[in-house]
Design a protein around this ligand. Structure first.
Ligand code: GLN
Length: 287
């Protein structure tokens, strides 16, 4: 067994970046910072300061294995087991979708619009990692937050995320396609980022999404692309208080159709909002 070797961390960073053969230069560099922190416990600031670091044989091997997984297309968040979402850290594993920056924007809008409201009751339909529900509970501490998911393994991750972030969320294991029949809660805010990618859109998707992220959280049949929105709107029409708010993340190609569907359930003030990439990504409306 060879002893550990001292390395200059900038050099180690550069060599690691060079051994990644997927993504562009910026992303390779960002991934490398995450891997070096996860495996060697060295922070980005120490790497930028070119601090010397001892790398044992074992750690060297761990790093090489991680680089192999990255080169196979595995998302770095599934290797490190965590990601940032707004101001919090979330655990992730392949039973949940990796939280997206668009979804951060949606949660940010909800927090800004509902901050300070007393006795607020909120439901997140299809919570996955719990990023929406936990962020809302954390940032709107007076709200009562419920979160539903059909996947027990996703709820397990979501509950852990609530616990590590000291957020109080009530989790419900149920199918949001049938929830209108089984649940009788009255609510002020409903939010959902349901599956909305049509199978026909698969060919435009990246390998790291397609081969590693849960299909249950992503895809819908082309001939019923809005099925989740229909069931969520039906549930919301029954369970929102008058004036209650519904916030949805949507397929950028189906903005008008989704808005029309929501309108057919009697919702008012329907707005389609763009995401940070300028794409129609959210619907906000009231009952
Ligand atoms: N925006 C996600 C993606 O493109 C999909 C999220 C979803 O289906 N709800 O991968």
């Amino acid at each position: 067994m060879s002893a550990s070797e001292n390395k200059f961390s900038k050099d180690l960073h550069q060599k690691t970046v060079a051994s990644i053969n997927v993504y562009d230069e910026r992303e390779r560099s960002a991934i490398t910072f995450l891997l070096l922190e996860y495996i060697l416990g060295i922070e980005k600031s120490d790497i930028l300061a070119n601090k010397e670091i001892a790398v044992s044989h074992l750690k060297r091997e761990e790093l090489e294995e991680a680089i192999d997984r990255i080169n196979q297309g595995e998302p770095v968040q599934y290797i490190t087991g965590k990601t940032q979402f707004l101001n919090l850290t979330f655990k992730v594993n392949p039973s949940v979708l990796i939280p997206r920056p668009e979804t951060e924007e949606l949660v940010d809008i909800i927090i800004k619009e509902n901050k300070g409201r007393k006795g607020l009751r909120v439901m997140d339909m299809g919570t996955g990692s719990g990023c929406i529900a936990v962020s809302l509970a954390y940032n709107l501490p007076e709200a009562e937050v419920l979160a539903v998911d059909i996947s027990k393994s996703a709820l397990y991750v979501a509950a852990e995320n609530a616990s590590i972030n000291h957020a109080k969320v009530t989790f419900i294991n149920d199918d949001i396609l049938n929830l209108a029949e089984t649940n009788s809660t009255k609510l002020d805010v409903i939010v959902s980022n349901p599956p909305y990618v049509r199978y026909s859109e698969k060919k435009e998707m990246q390998k790291n999404v397609l081969e590693y992220e849960p299909k249950l959280a992503l895809f819908v049949d082309d001939n019923e692309a809005l099925i989740y929105y229909e069931k969520i709107a039906l549930f919301s029409a029954r369970h929102l208080e008058n004036g209650g708010l519904l916030y949805l993340e949507i397929n950028e190609m189906l903005g008008k159709e989704t808005a029309a569907l929501v309108g057919s359930f009697g919702f008012n003030n329907i707005e389609i909002k763009n995401d940070l990439f300028g794409k129609p990504r959210f619907i906000r409306c009231s009952k």
